[in-house]
Design a protein around this ligand. Structure first.
Ligand SMILES: Cc1cc2nc3c(=O)[nH]c(=O)nc-3n(C[C@H](O)[C@H](O)[C@H](O)COP(=O)(O)OP(=O)(O)OC[C@H]3O[C@@H](n4cnc5c(N)ncnc54)[C@H](O)[C@@H]3O)c2cc1C
Length: 358
């Protein structure tokens, strides 16, 4: 018997070893060496066992009186690939568009008069920032992601998280290595952003450093544990260092996994920030995959979200005045606007007045 992975020792439950061993660990059989961008990389696909687990989950049928979302049902449990070794998969959900309408009306039944009125109501709620009806829908994801992205993700506090425990289990031998086309230099104008692409020999060198460092620290991790990632003991005469200590020199591009459950309101907040072009590419790709799941789950809300959040422009009072003056054909300049240079450029960019950028 072992303690449940990722559960605090004080509240530890026990489960049988076979279940524990069946957790989402990568299997040596699936390691393939491949060449990308002139360096050798490991790729690990889902093991046969994991594929079977998903197939079994997808084959199960339960009768329910609750609403389900037919499009989301089709991809339930499926691992949607993200980055080189990551994935995101929907493992559970509650509610659909009609649940939002139902709670907004505090109705007894489905709350649906006509799809068109439901759509109108959802649009109204989104437009006027009525938040609580969207909290009535919940979704649970299983995500595999690099640790440095997990650090950004975990800042979204309004979710329930249970992470794979590197105190209990050995982390997979998998590291995120960017594709060459994402290997950008530090931006000269945005301290948090990326600039032009790094190319040629310098790009090869960077990729090689990333790969070498990750492999070196992982093999030292195995040495300290006295155990290989596939479970074989290195030296029978030695005892390995505790997993909770051995992990500390692993590189941040190592992959971790978690279950992440949140309600639709907070999911949309997460997606608004992380599917945005200002978010780092490596988290944005997860957000984009999740946005697709939202489309399948609550299509009316998804469409309202794109319209009133993602595609909308938030304008300050001074900014509004500038746009009003421009619409009236009056001459308006940055100097007379009262906006800072940054605000002015953001406003002009939002309305695609590229010739007015300063
Ligand atoms: C492009 C980008 C760059 C970033 N750069 C940095 C950075 O340089 N440094 C850094 O530290 N962070 C950075 N962040 C993280 C950012 O500041 C937020 O912490 C993160 O996006 C989570 O947002 P949130 O608080 O809205 O989400 P959640 O934690 O999910 O909260 C959702 C909402 O719930 C409410 N809420 C939650 N908890 C509380 C609370 N304790 N008190 C009051 N209200 C609460 C708030 O209204 C909040 O907006 C960055 C984020 C983005 C998208």
């Amino acid at each position: 018997m072992v303690e449940v992975v990722g559960t605090a020792p004080t509240s530890a439950m026990v489960i049988t070893k076979p279940v524990y061993r069946h957790s989402w660990k990568t299997n040596i059989i699936n390691i393939k060496l491949f060449q990308r961008d002139s360096i050798s990389l490991f790729t690990m696909k889902l093991t046969k066992e994991q594929q079977q687990e998903i197939a079994d989950q997808q084959a199960q049928k339960h009768e329910t009186k609750r609403v389900t979302s037919s499009e989301l049902e089709k991809i339930l449990y499926e691992a949607l690939p993200v980055l080189d070794h990551g994935f995101v998969r929907v493992v559970d959900y509650m509610g659909d568009d009609s649940s939002i309408v139902q709670s907004a009306r505090v109705s007894y039944g489905k709350g649906t008069k006509k799809v068109s009125t439901d759509e109108g109501l959802i649009k109204y709620l989104m437009r006027h920032w009525h938040s609580t009806p969207f909290e009535m829908c919940e979704i649970k994801y299983h995500v595999k992601l690099p640790i440095f992205i997990a650090r950004q993700w975990i800042r979204h506090r309004t979710a329930n998280v249970n992470e794979y425990s590197a105190r209990y289990s050995i982390l997979d031998k998998e590291f995120y290595v960017p594709e060459k086309k994402h290997l950008s230099a530090q931006s000269a104008i945005n301290r948090q952003g990326r600039g032009d692409l790094i190319t040629g020999e310098q790009a090869d060198e960077v990729l090689q450093i990333l790969k070498d460092d990750a492999t070196r620290t992982y093999s030292n991790y195995e040495k300290m544990l006295n155990e290989k990632f596939d479970g074989t003991i290195i030296d029978e005469k030695k005892s390995g260092l505790a997993r909770e200590l051995a992990r500390m020199n692993l590189t941040l591009n190592s992959y971790t996994q978690w279950y992440w459950k949140t309600d639709l309101l907070n999911l949309l907040n997460f997606l608004f920030l992380r599917a945005d072009s200002h978010a780092q590419y490596e988290i944005r790709v997860y957000a984009e995959a999740m946005l697709d799941t939202v489309k399948k789950w609550v299509p009316i809300t998804h469409s309202a979200f794109l319209d009133y959040r993602v595609g909308a422009v938030h304008v300050s009072a001074k900014g509004k005045k500038v746009i009003q003056q421009m619409a009236r054909g009056e001459k308006v300049t940055y100097e007379s606007s009262g906006l800072s240079k940054r605000e002015w450029n953001e406003l002009m960019t939002s309305f695609e007045f590229k010739d007015k950028l300063i």
